[in-house]
Write a protein that binds this ligand. Structure first.
Ligand SMILES: Cc1cc2nc3c(=O)[nH]c(=O)nc-3n(C[C@H](O)[C@H](O)[C@H](O)COP(=O)(O)O)c2cc1C
Length: 196
């Protein structure tokens, strides 16, 4: 194995979701975030539609995102179901991150490609983002919680009806051990055809 393969294997296999509870509060530099986005745009994309857009929230922008989510939760929740703790979590959660990259799939106007292909391309871009974070020793995780799939999110981001918010990538410097993860053996997840 050459050094590129070793590095690639390391990054892919040691990337783990690192969640806000482990973030130190020390900001990640905007330069690292820009390199994450730069690598995102090199993801494969059928017909070069480049169907991604990244909305970066940092500094007071995190508060803007938090306020939007908390307000939307309050507005959409009947008083008898309203949970003050949940509301407060919406307000405080995003502030634990250094940056939050909200990821959207922007549907091509002609809609020639199946939407699943456009979502797939954006997912590849997100993986590039998280692998780049791993390379810089920065924590990241893809969240689809909060208002990700609510129509209000589209309005908040200025998306059109056919676009989709695919989630929020939380980013932060972290401390402590990264939690281990497991995967099933590849033999269970692959089928080879080698004969006629
Ligand atoms: C599309 C997608 C959505 C996800 N949404 C959430 C989420 O809402 N909350 C969460 O805790 N983790 C979320 N995750 C992260 C997974 O929980 C995590 O990848 C999984 O537990 C495997 O751990 P690892 O990333 O450390 O390998 C999401 C991952 C993907 C790919």
């Amino acid at each position: 194995m050459n050094s590129a393969t070793t590095t690639l294997n390391q990054l892919i296999r040691h990337r783990r979701s690192v969640k806000p509870g482990q973030y130190t509060g020390v900001p990640v530099s905007d330069d690292i975030i820009r390199q994450m986005l730069e690598n995102a745009r090199w993801a494969p994309t059928h017909a070069l539609t480049e169907p991604w857009h990244f909305y970066v929230f940092a500094g007071d922008g995190l508060k803007k995102l938090a306020d939007f989510q908390a307000t939307t939760y309050k507005k959409n929740t009947p008083p008898e179901e309203f949970n003050e703790l949940k509301y407060q979590k919406f307000l405080s959660g995003p502030l634990q991150a250094s940056h939050i990259i909200v990821v959207a799939m922007i549907r091509q106007v002609t809609q020639k490609l199946p939407v699943v292909e456009e979502i797939s391309a954006v997912a590849c871009a997100v993986q590039n983002i998280m692998l780049t974070a791993t390379a810089f020793g920065v924590g990241s995780y893809w969240s689809t919680g909060g208002m990700t799939h609510k129509p209000e999110m589209k309005t908040f981001l200025g998306l059109s009806e056919n676009d989709l918010c695919l989630g929020m990538v939380y980013v932060g410097n972290y401390t402590g051990e990264i939690t281990d993860s497991t995967r099933k053996h590849i033999e269970e997840k692959s089928t080879w055809f080698t004969e006629l």
